[in-house]
Design a protein around this ligand. Structure first.
Ligand code: ADP
Length: 378
């Protein structure tokens, strides 16, 4: 019995209701035992002298009658009280059953929904009927279920994307090897170079994925220090000048001398800037131009990498920051492009610094601008 009460919330509520009713009845009885004699006396004294209990000494017969009268009255009151207490208990049983059902039902719903979620049914939700604490609990439960569903969807998507990305170079390597074995492909330097290039793509993809998972999981710490952005821009330009020269692209910068320094992780910010500038060079045809500029805008420093390259159609401007997204997969691959992870990492790093990143372009063939902001004060 006690075990059932300990395990069932409904039973606990029922016992609580019953205890309240019983305590109420006991208190009522005790109070009545104390108050009835005085009240009885007071009311009886109104009927005439000598009618109260203990009054009118000497009138022995009258007093005896009063005692009997009082005894009857008292047992009448007690009987009425007993019946009333029984009625109250019966009503309490009914009310507590109805109440505890209402209170326990949503909890039961949540228990079974959480079991189904644990079995992998992430679309489970509970109906929120009330605005009280139970309703709030159901609401939080639903939010949690939604987050779990999103995580699960992303996980599935990621596995799908990664296998797709891995399959392409693997298929190419396998095809070349089969060609070599069948004698369809000649065993010359070009064939080996092709295989090597695909293997290289694979290893870059794996590196990118590793970096993405670290950045996405925040499994790195930002080493915040004062960063001089003018110096950072110059370093980036020095590093990428050979790539730009190889394509006969002019790589320049316009940064005002009085640009304030900002708190940030220098290596990570250099990674962002290098990524955007390398993209600019990669997606700009020979003879084009890539410019890095920086300016102060209210409480932010705004850095822009603009190019005169292939441009980005407006419908792709936000999607390119999503992992594995490429505007033109064949073009990106043909030009030795990556896997569409670089901009995702750049976005996560800028956001980790409290900034924003976006792309602008007038359309295909009209060049692109990648802009990111960094707050001057943390
Ligand atoms: P990738 O390694 O494929 O370049 P990114 O994440 O760096 O991956 O870029 C995602 C996609 O955004 C690219 O595949 C390309 O289609 C587009 N993109 C990025 N930078 C530019 C740019 N400067 N000009 C035109 N398109 C760009």
């Amino acid at each position: 019995m006690i075990a059932i009460i300990q395990r069932k919330l409904g039973a606990k509520l029922f016992v609580a209701f019953l205890t309240v009713v019983l305590i109420g009845a006991v208190v009522l009885m005790i109070a009545i035992q104390f108050t009835v004699p005085t009240a009885f006396n007071r009311h009886m004294s109104g009927l005439g002298p000598g009618m109260g209990m203990g009054q009118g000494a000497g009138q022995a017969g009258g007093q005896g009658m009063m005692q009997g009268f009082y005894g009857d009255f008292r047992s009448g009151v007690n009987e009425a009280l007993g019946v009333a207490a029984l009625g109250a208990v019966i009503v309490a049983v009914g009310v507590s059953l109805a109440f505890s059902r209402r209170i326990v039902a949503p909890l039961r719903d949540m228990t079974s929904a959480s079991r189904r979620i644990a079995e992998g049914n992430y679309n489970e939700r509970v109906a929120v009927k009330s605005a009280d604490e139970l309703g709030q609990l159901a609401d939080s439960f639903n939010q949690m279920a939604e987050r779990l569903e999103q995580v699960e969807t992303r996980r599935r998507q990621l596995i799908g994307d990664v296998s797709h990305e891995l399959r392409t170079p693997l298929t190419a390597i396998k095809g070349s090897m089969e060609g070599l074995m069948d004698g369809v492909l000649s065993a010359d330097a070009e064939t080996y170079q092709q295989i090597h290039a695909e293997a290289d793509r694979l290893s870059r993809l794996v590196d990118d994925l590793q970096e993405l998972s670290r950045v996405e999981a925040h499994a790195y710490s930002l080493e915040i220090q004062e960063v001089n952005l003018s110096a950072l821009v110059l370093t980036t330009i020095r590093r990428l000048t050979p790539n730009a020269r190889a394509k006969n692209i002019s790589l320049t910068s316009t940064v005002p001398g009085n640009l304030p320094s900002i708190p940030g992780d220098e290596d990570r910010l250099e990674q962002v800037l290098t990524n955007l500038t390398a993209n600019g060079i990669q997606y700009t045809p020979e003879g084009g131009e890539v410019v890095i500029s920086a300016e102060q805008k209210k409480g932010d420093i705004q850095i822009t990498v603009s190019d005169t390259g292939v441009g980005i159609p407006p419908e792709h401007l936000t999607d390119i920051f999503t992992r594995f997204y490429r505007v033109d997969k064949s073009r990106s691959r043909a030009s030795g492009g990556g896997s569409g992870i670089g901009l995702t990492i750049a976005r996560l790093l800028v956001e980790a610094h409290g900034g924003r990143i976006w792309a602008e372009s007038e359309g295909e063939g009209k060049g692109s601008r990648f802009v990111f902001t960094l707050p001057i004060k943390k």
